[in-house]
Design a protein around this ligand. Sequence first.
Ligand code: SF4
Length: 428
Amino acid sequence: MIDLIRVPDPTCIDDLLDEPLGLLYLGASLDERGHDVRITNLAGHDVDSWKPEIKEADLYGIQLYTPTAHIGIDIAKFIKEKFDKPVICGGAHPTALPELEDLSVFDKVVLSEGERSIVGIAEAHKKGRNLPRVVKSEFIEDLDSVPFPARGMVDMMSFHRKLEGERSFGIIGSRGCNYKCAFCDRSLFGSRARFRSIGNIVDEIKEVVSEYDVRNFEFFDDMFGATKKRIREFAEKTRGLNIKYRCNGRSDVLDKEVYESLHDSGCRMICFGIDSGSQRILDLMKKGTRVEQNFEAIKTAQSSGLNVMGYFIAGFPGETRETIRQSIDFIEKSNIDQAQFYTFIPLPGNEVYKNPEKFGVTKMSKDYKDYFHVTGKDGRGGRVIETKHLTSDELHGEVVEIRKFLKSHTWRGDVQDYYKKDLGYNVE
Ligand code: SF4
């Protein structure tokens, strides 16, 4: 039996919001090759309550993200002590920092995309063959050859994401990204976008509809709205399926015709990485977009019937109190329906982490427990870096002010339950 473990995230407001799609993909690939697999979903647990959930298996796999990697490492130590079985880690954190001393508890470290590597490790384990400790496979070019996520391995009804009040499942239409934003780490899926065919995505949607009677989807990939051609084809092939979905889009590549196609095919909300209301900060981020373009895209998408969500980052090196005000002004003037702010984190693997001096970072913590984007349940976020413009305390103070603004503003459209319940947002 192979046990794939999802690490809990106690800093997150709702870590049961979404299913662990990455593990469901790994589970499907292992299952396809005849391995017995289960997924132990520890989301929702706090620091100690996960221990009784870990049962004996022959081989364990743990997915590590930077802010919760320390919990994954504790889980691996617990498994070693209790069952003395091999434990593999994979995910963004080990991909960026494979040599990290803390990872020495793991028998194997999988870098980048995990399907091929974990199948290789499982087969070697079964046959008693040895493999190098660090395993990396080529990226999968034909994404249509990857089996659909094994949703049957978890209780899909235990996750909280909704769209217009009804259950919504995650889906991924592409991997990797062609852009080069300096705050983003693309090492997990690569810096070149690879796409599933629209037909393959539609087949997965049909499978979900028939097995779960769920017709709402959250497209997690950054490149869903990358080309007009794909969106037109998606709109054509999903006509009649009566689905609703949210997706990401780039403000600089879409136009009115495409927003209308999105709306006709069931898109209810498009999410743009607006990131900043300051052109100077957008340029430092190497975002490749312009403030005016962002204003225009919001207006055009809204006039096509879509709600628009904007993601913003506070504290990218070079940020000042003034540029944070510009982001807040942008939200007010653009009349965007919803906005989320993330505190900038020099995630291992992104350009700032690799070259902090080049970006004017004067101090950078390597305590990865503090590397979370949101302010967290205890309000701690935003204390990882300092620049000559903002100390970490000053940035944290700004984040507190941003939170006050987000609470006092009135938002529109469909929101997840925790917005109103836990964050106290006003929603029209
Ligand atoms: S932030 Fe989005 S668009 Fe920018 S590099 Fe990362 S994945 Fe690509």
